[in-house]
Design a protein around this ligand. Structure first.
Ligand code: FAD
Length: 295
């Protein structure tokens, strides 16, 4: 009788070092890390991956935390669940956009199991967290046996389900700087069904200068409309240093829709996704601008 999952040996390291040591012992094809298992187990059930060894990192409690201070900014351990981020008083106070984003991630059941590190490491271009961390100028901390490195959130995903992580590395932490004064951030996802993966998503961070008239900095991140989450840099250039107006926002939306590289899938055409980007960037940037005026 065929079982749902292939047979595998299960390891449950309690420290990052133990996990890295185990990873270094086995090859990429035969060994996988599992955190919440919400994505990996689907791939295993479909026999798209059939690891002989599973390194279950969920028990590494040192990677489950959310901290904030003005100098260091926000730090989220990779094993923090989506639900913990959604419900965190620290997140609610300093980065409410992250709690709003988490409410878009699937169901409470999935958010209770799925981890932020697993979501980002999976490299799904439709994932909700990555565009928000890109808009927030986030960095990702990666541990390997030879030491640590950090990469910009915008450089982490290389393409469909492909990231900069080496087989023998672990994502350990997400870092976000403290928001500058007069900064507003907004995330919106458009999907076919409530709680489904994004058809297109947009995150925008806008910082206004002291008189709150001119946009001194802006980051626009797009999800699900390219092989990896991306920044719409031409759209940002249209807003940076300018007084925000509806006309300017419309031009930024148009530029972003031209920068995106969506593909037609079984449900939605490329043209429709470009139109979504155009409309969403204008709308989300306007809401970020309104938030920045109140911040
Ligand atoms: C029904 C359903 C609907 C979903 N809808 C959405 C949605 O709308 N939006 C969205 O963003 N997400 C969605 N998800 C994904 C989910 O939110 C989880 O974030 C995601 O499954 C990954 O988290 P995990 O901890 O379960 O990772 P796992 O499934 O355990 O791992 C995923 C991948 O990352 C690797 N990995 C895990 N942790 C690390 C680490 N620390 N370092 C290096 N590699 C690591 C694993 O080897 C594996 O390749 C959905 C999932 C399900 C099941």
């Amino acid at each position: 009788m065929k079982t749902i999952l292939n047979d595998f040996e299960h390891f449950a390291p309690k420290t990052v070092e133990e996990a890295l040591d185990l990873l270094s012992r086995y090859g990429e094809e035969e060994c996988k890390i599992v955190a919440g298992g919400q994505s990996l187990l689907i791939l295993m059930k479909q026999r798209l991956v059939t690891p002989k060894y599973l390194i279950d990192i969920k028990g590494i409690s040192a990677l489950d935390y959310i901290t904030f201070d003005e100098q260091q900014g926000l730090k989220i351990g990779a094993l923090t669940t989506h639900r913990a981020i959604e419900k965190s008083p620290v997140i609610e106070k300093y980065y409410p956009v992250l709690a709003e984003m988490e409410q878009n991630v699937s169901s409470v059941e999935t958010r209770n199991w799925g981890t932020i590190g697993g979501n980002i490491s999976h490299g799904d271009p439709s994932g909700d967290p990555a565009p928000v961390f890109i808009a927030l100028n986030g960095r990702l901390r990666i541990a390997g046996l030879n030491g640590e490195r950090t990469v910009e959130a915008e450089d982490f995903t290389l393409g469909y389900f492909e990231t900069v992580l080496g087989h023998d590395e672990l994502l350990t932490e997400i870092q976000v700087p403290a928001l500058p004064p007069h900064t507003g951030v907004k995330y919106t996802k458009f999907s076919q069904l409530q709680g489904d993966y994004a058809t297109a998503s947009v995150a925008v961070s806008i910082t206004l200068e002291a008189k709150k008239k001119t946009c001194s900095d802006v980051r626009i991140a797009l999800g699900a409309v390219a092989p990896a989450p991306m920044r719409a840099k031409k759209a940002e250039e249209i807003l940076r240093g300018e007084k925000i107006s509806d006309d300017l926002l419309a031009r930024a939306g148009q530029a972003a829709s031209e920068e995106a590289s969506p593909t037609t899938d079984a449900e939605v055409s490329e043209e429709y996704k470009r139109e979504l980007v155009k409309v969403l960037v204008k709308r989300v940037a306007k809401e970020a601008f309104e938030r920045a005026k109140k911040a």
